[in-house]
Ligand binder design. Structure first.
Ligand code: HEC
Length: 108
């Protein structure tokens, strides 16, 4: 159980978030945990994609693909918690298509 190496990583992650958050003012609910996590975990390899340009179903697929990218590049993959928070955030703000079937129109 080595913990020493974590402190530095966390500190630099916080610094990174602070800088990047300033560059991404257009994210929906920029203050939310989901948005912060999105900036923190998803902007190190490429620019962020606006949640609203991708459908919920596609986000699911992409998140799994990104997990693989992270492993391949030695980036710590998302934890179960992080995945859940990001899913909820991206799903909430995802692209809604007019003809989405299923009638899940329960005002959630
Ligand atoms: C380890 C580097 C890395 C990290 C971290 C990363 N990505 Fe990616 N991402 C890539 C690469 C490489 C591609 C291009 C290859 C591809 O599309 O599979 C990509 C492409 C994408 C695309 C475009 C996909 C498409 O079909 O056009 C989206 C959206 C995306 N990433 C979202 C995310 C999200 C959300 C996260 C955080 C969970 C994330 N990325 C974190 C490496 C990364």
């Amino acid at each position: 159980m080595k913990r020493a190496s974590h402190a530095g990583a966390v500190a630099s992650a916080i610094a990174t978030v602070t800088v990047l958050a300033a560059c991404n003012p257009s994210l929906p609910e920029a203050e939310s945990a989901g948005a912060q996590l999105y900036v923190e975990r998803c902007s190190s390899c490429h620019r962020l994609h606006a949640p609203g340009v991708i459908t919920s179903a596609s986000w699911d697929v992409i998140l799994e693909r990104m997990q693989r990218e992270m492993r391949m590049r030695g980036v710590e993959p998302l934890s179960a918690d992080e995945t859940r928070i990001l899913r909820e955030y991206l799903d909430k703000h995802a692209l809604r298509t007019q003809d989405a079937s299923g009638g899940s129109n329960d005002g959630g």
